[in-house]
Design a protein around this ligand. Structure first.
Ligand code: SF4
Ligand code: SF4
Length: 127
């Protein structure tokens, strides 16, 4: 377990993962559930366990739409979306760059793409 990485993710997310009671409601409401190898409740659990490297290597960090449905649904106010975002940010920082260049995006657009995905893509650039 990488303690520094866990501290970094907890600090940047501002989430208390210990509040999670593992009810799975966040994952049940997630519109990206079928696209994600690891689901929101697993992000919370795995960050608590310090298994963050596995999450950082997963495509799941790029599948989250940042819709915050999981945040609304959580009965414990855990805010799983912030955990997913913090892990993604840690991965981008470790890679030293964004996953895509802005110029790569137009070629990926099609009529079926949800508008939320486009808005989210714009948020996924390192600040
Ligand atoms: S909804 Fe909240 S309490 Fe339930 S598993 Fe998800 S993060 Fe944990
Ligand atoms: S913010 Fe991400 S993890 Fe949460 S419900 Fe939306 S797509 Fe799923």
């Amino acid at each position: 377990m990488n303690k520094n990485l866990k501290e970094q993710v907890l600090r940047s997310s501002g989430v208390n993962v210990l509040k999670c009671m593992r009810c799975g409601k966040c994952s049940a409401t997630c519109p990206s559930y079928d696209e994600m190898e690891y689901h929101p409740h697993q992000f919370v659990y795995m960050v608590e366990k310090g298994d963050i490297g596995t999450l950082m290597k997963s495509e799941s960090i790029y599948k989250c739409l940042t819709c915050f449905a999981c945040v609304d649904r959580c009965p414990r106010g855990v805010e799983p979306a912030r955990v997913v975002e913090a892990v993604r940010l840690a991965a981008v920082r470790q890679q030293g760059g964004n996953r895509l260049e802005p110029s790569d995006i137009p070629a990926l657009l099609d009529d079926d793409l949800p508008q939320q995905a486009i808005v989210t893509a714009m948020r996924k650039y390192a600040k």
